[in-house]
Write a protein that binds this ligand. Structure first.
Ligand SMILES: Nc1ncnc2c1ncn2[C@@H]1O[C@H](COP(=O)(O)OP(=O)(O)O)[C@@H](O)[C@H]1O
Ligand SMILES: [Mg+2]
Length: 291
């Protein structure tokens, strides 16, 4: 299954915003997504808890995965796409461990000299890893929080060209991103007429991702999208927090999807503690042959 990792060693560069939006984009396109969080703060897992309060009928499920960065990353079978959010300061062995399982890395970069310098360092470290240097794991940058009245987009594009780093698009600075994420939502969950300009900015980013995953021979599997329009959510509608009834409906709408797909149900079930060494290997081998 394809694994998209969102990486930038600098905190506050927009990783969690980008990761949650990518997960929601694919979920709204009908792919059950696993949103992994290598970050100790587990920000995307809190986002998922908030998301569970909404009645997002057209979205396929997004399930959480709290990843221990010190362990080997082994994405569970049965999900059609994994999006990995990562913490600031991810370097060395921990970075290599994420890259070992990623098919695509997207690096959000804001436009300040500090952000560009830090992203260039992160890019240099990524390029020391054989999977990235050889192109087996594709890498690209996205400009974040870009003010269209300035030359920020051009400055970032020139910077990326200098590094021979594909620069696949920019996202504008807008409060709607902040408000959406605070409520467990993304722009992809809002009615299209409200987000036309922003969705146009996402188009080249998504197109590049799809092409990169096709090259890696891992296009995400689409599964019967539920084509019911989402009501305008939460405070974006100036209403109180979603009711318990809405939360219950959400759980009910997701359960049949999970139950219909045994492999996916396995994926979301908490895994038993991993045993190490020969005993662990023997136990895993026996469990495999018993299946
Ligand atoms: N396009 C955007 N417009 C406005 N604010 C943004 C945008 N993208 C991210 N932010 C804000 O920038 C801050 C850092 O983003 P975040 O995704 O948490 O970064 P990271 O995960 O890299 O630390 C957050 O407050 C977030 O709401
Ligand atoms: Mg984050």
């Amino acid at each position: 299954m394809p694994v998209v990792a969102v990486v930038n060693c600098k905190g506050g560069s927009g990783k969690s915003t980008l990761a949650t939006h990518l997960a929601a984009h694919y979920a709204n396109a009908g792919s059950p997504v696993m949103l992994g969080d290598v970050d100790r703060q587990q920000s995307t897992q809190s986002w998922l808890r908030l998301r569970g309060m909404h009645n997002l009928q057209r979205s396929a499920p997004i399930v959480g995965w709290a990843v221990d960065p010190k362990r080997v990353l082994r994405p569970p079978a049965g999900v059609s796409l994994v999006v990995l959010d990562t913490p600031g300061g991810l370097r060395g062995f921990d970075l290599a461990r994420v890259v070992a399982f990623a098919d695509v890395i997207v690096m959000p970069v804001c436009n300040s000299v500090f952000d560009r310098e830090s992203a260039a360092e992160c890019h240099a470290e990524l390029m020391t890893l054989p999977r990235v240097a050889s192109g087996r794991c594709k890498l690209a940058a996205v400009g974040m929080r870009i003010d269209s009245r300035t030359k920020a987009a051009d400055v970032l594009a020139t910077w990326a060209r200098g590094l021979k780093l594909p620069f696949i698009g920019v996202l504008r600075e807008a409060q709607v991103y902040v408000r959406c994420v605070e409520q467990g939502l993304t722009l992809f969950d809002l009615p299209d007429e409200q987000t036309k300009t922003d969705l146009a900015q996402w188009k080249p980013i998504i197109e590049w991702l799809e092409a990169a995953l096709r090259v890696a021979n891992k296009p995400p599997v689409r599964r019967d999208p539920v084509l019911i329009r989402t009501p305008l959510p939460g405070s974006l509608r100036d209403e109180a927090t979603p009711s318990l009834h809405q939360a219950a409906t959400r759980v009910e709408s997701v359960l049949p999807l999970i139950q219909r797909r045994p492999a996916f149900a396995d994926a979301v079930r908490p895994s038993p503690p991993r045993l190490s060494g020969w005993f662990g290997w023997l136990t895993a081998a026996r469990a495999g042959s018993a299946r």
